[in-house]
Design a protein around this ligand. Structure first.
Ligand code: GLA
Ligand code: GLA
Length: 682
């Protein structure tokens, strides 16, 4: 089952080292160009080797329609190159020049209320507009022709943080066409799939369909789900359109776009298919509560981005200190600043990159953290911590491109999230999907076990254990995938709500979990008791009592045996967690939501039985301490991280290892608060 990778897979094969850099907007300083030279000097001093340029530069690059001026970009790319640096070059579509919005209002978005936006903000263009697509392709082509073979340019950054949707007539028509294609032009098929007999909402033709919005139909779950899918697909199609001219003139450079935390609007599993590199922007709210919690949630997303392409990813943006857009904007404390950067590397990033290189003087991000502040010097704590991170990356350069061989995975699905969110039932106050996926991932994080985060359609065969929390929407492909995984010998851990609705958001008939999953799990679920927020129930595992919250599902055993039993409620004495052997594998079903200890107990037992050990086998990690690994197939690189602000940790390594930062060989690790260590196996 274990796939051992013998070669490196650099996120950015054009630069097989760690990238350490930032979003850079030299165009904001075009009237004081001497600052560009200061920047080059500071870049060197900060141990940075990369600048991401061009993200919001369209108005400078095409100040009037079809009149281009690439001079600032020419100059800055040469300067970065002369400084020994690399460039990730962005396409400028994240924001557009005023003239374009004035002359071609169709590029602007229409909101769900039908109101067209005025020229404003960013990340707000219509994804369908043929004119916007044409304008974007034209400038992308020119950029690719001009810089696509420049030795300093190592990758393309498409636009910026794609998100949102447009409700203009062009998008509505594109949505109708999407549905015509999906339902083979058969409105009857759509009506059946959407269950529109309900409330007499039957459609007579595709022309009647409108995107769900506060002034249109929102009660048809299949329609809502298809709208989300359409938006996701249209966004991906827009990216494809951006990419086409770049591939033509710059075929050797890898392409990425920066993704986000808890992003709702697009299915990144789908979007990643058109990209070469997964990259993302990470802005955790450090110090707002337990940093161990925050680190673990952040780890989940690092793991997801690594798993997207099953290779190292790029941390495209992070703040070197604070942001400016949270309710309270707090700088990262000393130690945590470097630790949070190295965390990404521990999870498979081949870069640490920041937003932003230099703080602008005006507009909305003037107080956002930057490597270089308004003082313009290297004399700040923030600058020095960036410099330290850069020095660490230089010391561990051999780790760039190494991979993570996770034996466990957690399933996360955008479609499932949308369907759960739309579902009127259970607790309407919130289904807490993300929290619950995090809760399972947390067990692995706390045990120092590398974990992938994958789509329900992913190839699961390399994992010894797969957890599928709250997989309410389980389409036919997923049913087959999960069944096949267990049949072939995998261990699948499902929970309440698994296999409730199909890909059209229609309830499965004949009992849940869906179809053959009943045989796989050896159970059938009857109903769910939704608990009030303050209500608690309990379940027992081998004489130990565990607290339950939110949901207790009533299940009947049909071949499975009980690992846990309800201690109260009208289902007292019934099974709360079941286990069933199926094919060469087994399937565990947790029918209830617990507040921590139940899943911990059951999963720890399973890990033991499956012989899945943490990166510090045999060690119980103190709270806030975790361990992750990367490998080139020959060496294991071990990252130990301590997110406690106050408690040091003493850890025993799995044998003698080389400390890559100090050069010593040791089998003991002392981790100060907010610190990390990196080792190489002998
Ligand atoms: C009302 C309506 C019904 C149904 C129920 C649901 O009573 O008349 O059509 O929606 O609420 O509780
Ligand atoms: C996002 C954007 C950046 C910047 C940062 C601020 O990541 O991509 O342009 O606005 O947020 O945190």
């Amino acid at each position: 089952m274990e796939a051992i990778c013998m070669t490196k897979k650099h996120a950015c094969p054009t630069y097989p080292h760690f990238l350490h850099g930032a979003d850079y907007n030299p165009e904001q300083w075009i009237d004081t160009k001497e600052i560009w030279d200061v920047d080059m000097d500071l870049m060197h001093k900060a141990n940075c080797n990369e600048m991401t340029v061009g993200i919001f530069s369209w108005a400078k690059l095409e100040p009037k329609e079809d009149q281009y001026d690439f001079s600032f970009l020419d100059e800055i790319i040469e300067k970065v190159a002369a400084n020994g640096g690399k460039v990730i070059l962005a396409t400028p579509s994240g924001a557009r020049p005023h003239w374009m919005a004035d002359k071609y209002p169709e590029v602007l978005r229409v909101g769900p209320d039908g109101v067209k936006e005025h020229f404003r903000a960013r990340h707000n263009h219509c994804f369908t507009s043929p004119i916007y697509r044409e304008k974007v392709q034209k400038i992308n082509r020119l950029l690719a022709q001009r810089y696509g073979n420049h030795p300093a340019v190592v990758a393309w950054h498409i636009s910026n943080e794609f998100g949102g949707e447009c409700y203009c007539e062009k998008c509505q028509n594109a949505f109708r066409d999407y549905l015509r294609k999906k339902f083979h032009n058969d409105i009857g098929a759509l009506n059946r799939a959407y269950w529109t007999t309900f409330w007499s909402h039957t459609y007579d033709s595709f022309d009647q369909i409108e995107a769900p919005s506060p002034i249109t139909e929102t009660g048809i779950h299949g329609l809502n789900l298809d709208w989300r899918r359409f938006v996701s697909q249209q966004t991906t199609d827009f990216i494809r359109c951006e990419i086409a001219p770049i591939r033509e003139f710059s075929p050797h450079l890898p392409i990425t776009t920066n993704m986000m935390f808890e992003h709702y609007g697009a299915d990144y599993h789908q979007m990643a298919e058109v990209l070469d590199i997964a990259s993302w922007d990470s802005y955790p709210e450090w110090h707002n509560g337990d940093d161990a919690d925050i680190a673990q949630k952040t780890a989940f997303w690092h793991d997801l981005y690594r798993s997207l392409k099953q290779r190292p990813f790029l941390l495209m943006e992070s703040t070197p200190s604070l942001v400016n857009w949270k309710p309270y904007n707090k700088p990262k404390r000393p130690g945590l600043d470097v630790l949070s950067s190295i965390q990404a590397v521990a999870h498979g990033s081949d870069s640490v990159q920041y937003f932003q290189w230099r703080k602008g003087r005006g507009s909305s991000e003037k107080f956002h953290g930057a490597v270089v502040g308004h003082d313009g010097t290297e004399n700040t704590r923030v600058f020095q911590s960036v410099k330290t991170t850069g020095a660490v990356l230089q010391k561990i350069d051999e780790i760039a491109g190494t991979v993570t061989n996770a034996r466990v995975a957690v399933i996360f699905s955008w479609e499932n999230m949308w369907a759960l969110d739309d579902c009127q039932g259970y607790a309407n106050a919130g289904k807490k999907y993300w929290e619950n996926v995090y809760a399972y991932h947390r067990v692995f994080w706390e045990n120092g076990i590398d974990c992938d985060v994958v789509s329900p359609h992913a190839d699961l065969s390399k994992y010894n254990l797969v957890v599928a929390p709250m997989l309410y929407l389980t389409d036919a492909e997923t049913v087959a995938n999960l069944k096949g995984y267990v049949f072939q010998g995998g261990c699948l851990y499902g929970t309440y709500m698994l296999g409730t609705v199909d890909g059209n958001d229609l309830c499965y008939l004949g009992g849940i979990p869906a179809g053959e999953l009943k045989e796989v799990f050896g159970i059938v679920a009857e109903e769910i008791d939704t608990l009030y927020p303050t209500e608690r129930q309990h379940a027992e595992v081998k004489g130990q009592c565990h607290e339950l919250v939110d949901y207790c599902e009533v299940i009947h055993l049909n071949g499975a045996n009980a690992l846990a039993t309800y201690l109260d409620g009208y289902y007292k004495g019934m099974c709360a967690v079941s286990e069933h052997h199926y094919g060469k594998g087994r399937a565990i079903y947790q029918a209830c939501r617990d507040s921590g200890s139940l899943k911990d107990t059951v999963l720890r037992q399973l890990l033991q039985e499956l012989d899945i050990q943490g990166n510090l086998a045999g060690e119980t990690l103190p709270h806030g301490v975790t361990a992750h690994s990367r490998t080139d197939g020959e060496h294991t690189y071990l990252f130990l991280e301590n997110y406690s602000a106050t408690e040091p940790a003493e850890l025993v390594l799995p044998g003698q290892m080389d400390n890559l930062l100090t050069g010593e060989t040791t089998d003991l690790c002392h981790l100060a608060p907010y610190s990390f260590a990196i080792y190489r196996s002998k």
